[in-house]
Design a protein around this ligand. Structure first.
Ligand code: PMP
Ligand code: GLN
Length: 381
């Protein structure tokens, strides 16, 4: 017997973060802020850790956090959600997405994935026996090819997986794109798994519209959020799923066997965080937007072809104008050893036939780190 699993390879984030450590490079690869999120949120977690209880919380999550998630759905999107039957807490959005795929995809089901796609989707879809069907958003504008989207829907389509705002593209799907996705889901009786972990990281006045809020989608969509992104606490791994009971029930069954539950003190702290005032949520985006601008300006000055970024904490660049030899993967490796800066090759986010001239930089770092990275790149180029 062969103990080597096919399709489960080392992720690009692990590879590049390891390289960053080995070479003492500035890590603008893996997406994590270098300053921890709000102190009041961390303090609630610390106090709850000391005071307890620290035993298994309820499988579906602490009622306090489930209520806070339902409140946030109403506050930000006007969605009417019953916390008791429509919200579940998970150990990170990664677990939530895995639970959703395990619950909704059966062998032979077609699953529409939009490239460039976040790295955890494909291995799990394949492990469930689902058949990936690819659609793309295309640089430099990252617009969705609506004709290709329409062709992707067949009588075997079970699920579309939508990441909005989108990693690594930094794209926020337009109202028209979302409306068309919704129409096609309704027409073909397809479920949507919506990875909306970057819902609060939006720039230049962009607005997040959950696919769930489009006509006909309330009952066929599950929406996934992450405290890691919303509170700049990526190590906490607290996610939440919102969806109609018919969908959430099987997803909760999967959650029972994946992690069963999630640390109680962190859940309590995230409940507190989701009730923070608008000033918090606005400043989160405003601070990130300034960092995006700092990095985008610097990279443009160095000759990178900087692509638009409307949300997330990722900036993608075309490296063709630099005139360097090699593909994105080679250039990223050289950048680590020669410049001391880590970026992620965007080809890692494709299933096949990837473009090889784009790289992704993460900008949720202190300004002096971004400036130092730009200086290093300037010296290198
Ligand atoms: N989806 C996307 C698009 C992401 O970028 C991330 C970042 N890690 C996740 C899901 C996972 O979130 P979490 O850390 O809460 O598992
Ligand atoms: N979401 C992060 C990114 O895209 C990485 C998370 C991880 O390392 N799995 O960089």
């Amino acid at each position: 017997t062969n103990p080597v699993f096919t399709g489960l390879e080392t992720t690009i984030f692990e590879t590049m973060s390891r390289l960053a450590r080995e070479h003492g490079a500035i890590n603008l690869g893996q997406g994590f802020p270098d300053v921890d999120g709000p102190e009041d949120v961390r303090r609630v977690a610390a106090e709850a850790l000391v005071d307890g209880p620290n035993q298994y919380p309820p499988m579906m999550g602490l009622p306090d956090l489930r209520q806070a998630v339902a409140e946030a759905n109403r506050r930000f999107y006007g969605l009417d959600v019953d916390w008791a039957s429509e919200v579940m807490v998970t150990s990170g959005a990664t677990e939530a997405l895995t639970d959703c795929i395990l619950a909704l995809v059966e062998p032979g089901d077609e699953v529409i994935l939009i490239e460039p796609l976040y790295d955890s989707y494909l291995p799990i879809v394949r492990r469930t026996g689902g058949i990936p069907v690819r659609v793309r958003v295309t640089p430099p504008t990252w617009s969705l090819d609506l004709d290709a989207l329409e062709r992707a829907f067949t009588e075997n389509t079970k699920v579309i997986l939508l990441n909005n705002p989108m990693n690594p593209a930094g794209k926020v799907f337009t109202e028209a794109e979302l409306a068309r996705i919704a129409e096609l889901c309704v027409e073909h009786d397809v479920y949507a798994i919506c990875d909306e972990v970057y819902e609060h990281l939006l720039f230049d006045g962009s607005v997040h519209r959950p696919l769930m809020s489009f006509p006909g989608m309330r009952e066929r969509t599950v929406r996934v959020g992450s405290a890691g992104k919303t509170f700049s606490l990526t190590g906490w791994k607290i996610g939440y799923v919102t969806g109609a009971p018919k969908l959430l029930d099987p997803i909760a069954k999967a959650h029972q066997y994946v992690t069963f539950t999630t640390p109680p003190n962190l859940q309590k702290a995230v409940a507190h965080g989701l009730r923070k005032d608008d000033a918090y949520f606005n400043s989160l985006s405003a601070e990130l937007q300034a960092k995006r601008d700092l990095l985008a300006k610097g990279l443009s000055r160095l000759g990178f072809g900087v692509l638009p970024c409307e949300g997330t904490y990722f900036l993608t660049c075309d490296i063709t104008p630099l005139g360097l030899e090699g593909r994105d993967v080679d250039i990223c490796k050289r950048m680590v050893t020669e410049a001391g800066v880590v970026a992620i090759p965007v080809s890692a986010f494709y299933i096949a036939d990837a473009p090889t001239n784009y790289i992704r930089f993460c900008f949720c770092k202190r300004d002096e780190i971004l400036t130092e990275a730009l200086d290093r790149l300037g010296t290198w180029l």
